[in-house]
Ligand binder design. Structure first.
Ligand SMILES: NC(=O)c1ccc[n+]([C@@H]2O[C@H](COP(=O)([O-])OP(=O)(O)OC[C@H]3O[C@@H](n4cnc5c(N)ncnc54)[C@H](OP(=O)(O)O)[C@@H]3O)[C@@H](O)[C@H]2O)c1
Length: 259
């Protein structure tokens, strides 16, 4: 057996179908690219059509199979419509990655219901609804991979965690509930936990060089994260190789969380 055959048996996503919410930007875009380059047919879901089309164009130019669905995940009807449209493109997904997220961080005393509701809708309700739509089918087919992107704030409060931290803590619990339900049927459910990654999500913080340097100093590796740092972890967690890894929070944070 060649090493290429061995690696392919473990990690190839050939023939798999993936849906990646938030796949048009930042971490989600890098994840969509990694899954597509590892062989999956990928549907990226977000609102902005320009960014969606640019993502798909880049992947298509690389010889990948990719498509996009524009949808607003703030409403339950929007999520349901997105799920149906996404499943129409390449068929029911084997892999679901929930990377779409909002990061609204007013001080706790000023946190109003609108910010709370939007945060819960996008960061928690959408992953729940998409899991309900796709998880049972994955279980019936005997293979599935559900991945959520959470946050350090799921584990500790800092920089005004507010509703954001609550949504991400609950998302980790959702992964465990999903893992409990569907792991016996070949569907693993895990979360990836970033440290600080410079993306449009945290543009305000990214524009402060002192804060950026201080965050880098808090890692063990000595730098902040790059979206590309998630490629290896996501291919592993989407592949056959990770069949016995479920209900876990996997930190991809350069050691940010361990000291
Ligand atoms: N960057 C970090 O340091 C960091 C740290 C911890 C956790 N995370 C988490 O990682 C995930 C990805 O973050 P990122 O940094 O890659 O952010 P990003 O670059 O801002 O990307 C966010 C994505 O979500 C989509 N999105 C936002 N609201 C949406 C809505 N209502 N409906 C549909 N799509 C929506 C955006 O597209 P449209 O705006 O076009 O809809 C975009 O594709 C998030 O869940 C975030 O909480 C990030």
């Amino acid at each position: 057996m060649t090493s290429q055959t061995y690696l392919s048996e473990l990690f190839s996503l050939d023939g798999r179908v993936a849906v990646v919410t938030g796949g048009s930007s930042g971490i989600g875009r890098a994840i969509a690219g990694a899954l597509a380059r590892a062989g999956a047919s990928v549907v990226v879901v977000a609102r902005g059509e320009k960014e969606l089309a640019a993502t798909v164009d880049e992947l298509s130019a690389d010889g990948c199979r990719a498509a996009w669905v524009s949808a607003d995940l703030r409403t339950r009807d929007g999520v349901r419509a997105a799920a149906e449209k996404a499943a129409e493109v390449f068929g029911e997904p084997d892999i679901l990655v929930n990377s779409a997220g909002v990061n609204l961080r007013p001080p706790m005393g000023e946190l109003g219901e609108e910010v709370w509701d939007t945060t819960m809708a996008v960061n928690l309700d959408a992953p729940y609804l998409l899991g309900q739509r796709f998880g049972p089918g994955m279980a019936a087919r005997g293979f599935g991979r559900i991945l959520h992107i959470t946050s350090q704030q799921a584990h500790r409060a800092f920089v005004q965690s507010g509703a954001y931290g609550v949504s991400k803590g609950a998302l980790e619990s959702l992964a465990r509930s999903q893992a409990e339900a569907w792991s016996p049927h070949g569907v693993t459910c895990n979360t990836l936990v970033p440290g600080f990654v410079m993306t449009p999500l945290n543009a305000r913080l990214s524009s402060d060089p002192e804060k950026v340097a201080a965050l880098a100093a808090r890692t063990l590796v000595g730098r902040n994260g790059l979206a590309e740092d998630f490629a290896g972890a996501v291919v592993f967690l989407a592949s056959r190789a990770s069949a016995y890894v479920t209900g876990q929070a996997i930190f991809v944070d350069g050691g940010f969380s361990v000291h």
